[in-house]
Design a protein around this ligand. Structure first.
Ligand SMILES: NC(=O)c1ccc[n+]([C@@H]2O[C@H](COP(=O)([O-])OP(=O)(O)OC[C@H]3O[C@@H](n4cnc5c(N)ncnc54)[C@H](O)[C@@H]3O)[C@@H](O)[C@H]2O)c1
Length: 255
């Protein structure tokens, strides 16, 4: 694919799961790829498998080190690292702060570093791995749902502000994807995500299709479009159906 061949690509949180699948797909398409992950061993293992460059560390601060590893500008930045923080208002302050930091602020900080160069040359691509929870919600996971709405809002803002200046933005909004994060979602994930979960490679395919079509919204589960429409058109009806899922979960749990 022309938009990818020889491009310099960074994928955060790419030591496993969706990030590793994105990095693999970009490497297969002939890109020069940086694999970032907070877990250095995972970053190095994935990078070695792909013939890519490992730049371990926090996704919030990866841009300068990634530029150095690539020996120049970043063409495509995938803000993919995320934390699946569960709970409600009772979740500890530190959990809320971490979700905000990784799921939203890491995207903001990367964009702050990348935009001046991209706007000067009139070219750049920002890919945000959001979640269907950023369009809808995830039961039992308020910090995750709220911060993924934030990530989606930020991706939208970037797109509408800079699309006439050569910056392309994509927001990937899957439901369940078979990764470590899905395995950790417990009963709520088993109820709403596992039955329709897809492989990480399906997410990478959906992104490449969206890039080819210059499309912002990437839906590896196409049915999410109808849920998103229903939520906007009839909020109480949608909330009622989500509440029935909540009640079903509570019955399953014996609450
Ligand atoms: N798995 C799903 O069902 C699903 C669905 C929708 C969206 N997502 C989103 O996809 C993205 C990837 O998740 P995944 O399912 O592949 O999970 P995963 O747990 O397999 O991978 C996430 C990776 O991010 C890394 N990471 C965490 N914090 C980091 C940080 N601050 N800096 C750098 N790396 C960090 C972790 O070490 C891990 O390797 C996340 O943003 C997640 O919210 C996942």
């Amino acid at each position: 694919m022309e938009a990818v061949r020889d491009k310099a690509v960074v994928v955060t949180g790419a030591g496993g799961g969706i990030g590793a699948a994105l990095a693999r797909r970009f490497a297969t398409e002939g890109a020069r790829v940086v694999v970032n992950d907070l877990d250095a061993a995972k970053a190095e293992k994935t990078a070695a498998e792909l013939g890519a460059l490992a730049v371990p560390g926090d996704a919030s601060t990866v841009v300068p080190a990634a530029r150095e590893a690539l020996g120049g500008d970043i063409d495509i930045f995938c803000a993919n690292a995320g934390v699946g923080t569960g709970g409600g208002p009772d979740a500890p302050e530190d959990d809320w702060a971490l979700a905000w930091d990784v799921n939203v602020m890491a995207h903001v900080r990367a964009a702050r570093e990348l935009l001046p160069g991209w706007l000067a040359r009139g070219d750049g691509r920002f890919v945000s791995t959001v979640s269907a929870a950023g369009l809808l919600t995830m039961i039992e996971a308020a910090p995750y749902s709220v911060t993924k709405h934030g990530a989606y809002a930020f991706a939208e803002w970037l797109s509408l502000t800079y699309r006439h200046r050569g910056v392309a933005v994509h927001a990937i909004c899957p439901q369940g994807v078979r990764t470590d994060m899905l395995a950790a979602t417990g009963a709520a994930g088993e109820l709403v995500l596992t039955p329709t979960a897809v492989e990480p490679e399906t997410v990478a395919d959906a992104l490449l299709d969206a890039m080819a079509e210059d499309r912002f919204l990437v839906l590896p589960h196409p049915e999410v479009a109808a849920y998103y429409t229903a939520r906007a058109a009839e909020p109480d009806r949608w909330l009622g159906s989500m509440n029935r899922l909540q009640q079903k979960l509570e019955r399953t749990d014996g609450r």
